[in-house]
Design a protein around this ligand. Structure first.
Ligand SMILES: Nc1nc2c(ncn2[C@@H]2O[C@H](COP(=O)(O)OP(=O)(O)O)[C@@H](O)[C@H]2O)c(=O)[nH]1
Ligand SMILES: [Mg+2]
Length: 276
């Protein structure tokens, strides 16, 4: 998990490490925990900025290749005349996904994290500076493909959407509970492939999600065939209008960030030394 492996240090927050007090008692874990605190503060600032512009921000999380960018392409094609959409893309390298989004005629900013396996609030802040916020209603943030770390970082967004494609196996919510517990909405994607996969059961995927005490909506869809997209688009439209009302009433919405995610993972086995 981020606080022990050190992956919560990114290009966006590395400078904060050098502002930490240099006491002898400072441990790697306390320094990394402080970074998480700084992340939360930056996330609150990001959310306040988005709210001031009436923007709803949705964080898409999943394994690499489960169809996040394809879903964004299909969504933009269908909603871009209704809402002003923009996208922040996160990958370790390349501008590929941002180019795919720009080809749909909406602005996109690509974050390349280098080695970091997730986005954080500082990287998001930097990306927000490259977008014209007064011309956006709906901002998607496509997180780095990873089923663990992205769930633990508040970016300043409002909703988490977690994708599970049918080629990944229906037990993923059981194996990666931290990620799936963070979901405000779960999407089962690539359903056009179901006829070729005899071992993926959407009902079992749903049971695994519900076993996490999660009562969030679950939609199944295919960006390729368009099947099931209408329900997702309707959910988005409701979310945008609810957020506009919230902002008018000076309220906001926090996503289900799993900061203490490591506590939900099994503890590593105790190390014992053989007697010599
Ligand atoms: N058959 C099928 N393939 C899909 C679908 N959505 C995405 N893909 C393919 O899955 C691969 C990864 O998709 P991409 O959107 O780049 O995934 P990301 O890494 O999560 O952004 C690409 O080859 C897509 O064409 C779908 O609904 N059906
Ligand atoms: Mg992508």
């Amino acid at each position: 998990m981020c606080n022990t492996c050190g992956c919560n240090v990114t290009a966006g927050n590395r400078h904060l490490l050098f502002q930490q007090p240099q006491k002898k008692t400072v441990t790697a874990i306390s320094v990394l925990s402080n970074l998480l605190k700084h992340n939360d503060q930056q996330a609150q600032l990001n959310r306040a900025k988005l709210d001031a512009h009436g923007i709803l921000a949705i964080n898409l999380m999943s394994s690499p290749g489960s169809g996040k960018t394809a879903l964004l392409e299909a969504t933009i094609q269908r909603l871009k005349d209704k809402f002003r959409i923009a996208v922040i893309e996160g990958d370790l390298e390349t501008e590929n996904d941002a180019e795919r989004i720009r080809a749909q005629g909406v602005p996109a900013y690509q974050i390349t994290t280098g080695t970091a396996c997730h986005l954080d609030a500082h990287l998001t802040q930097h990306a927000l500076e490259h977008l014209n916020l007064s011309e956006i209603d709906l901002l998607f943030i496509e997180n780095v493909g990873n089923l663990v770390c992205p769930a633990s970082f508040d970016l300043g967004h409002h909703r988490n959407v977690t994708l599970l494609s049918v080629t990944e196996g229906d037990d993923k919510p059981a194996k990666y509970p931290v990620m799936f517990r963070a979901a405000d909405l779960m999407l089962i994607t690539k359903t056009d492939l179901l006829p070729y996969l005899d071992d993926f059961s959407p009902a079992k995927a749903e049971r695994c999600q519900r076993a996490l005490a999660s009562d969030v909506p679950i939609f199944a869809l295919s960006s390729r065939s368009g099947e099931g997209l209408a329900t997702w688009l309707q959910w988005l439209e409701n979310e945008v209008s609810q957020h506009k009302l919230r902002v008018q009433q000076n309220q906001t919405l926090q996503p289900r960030v799993q900061q203490d995610g490591h506590k939900s993972h099994r503890q590593p086995p105790e190390i014992r030394f053989r007697p010599v």
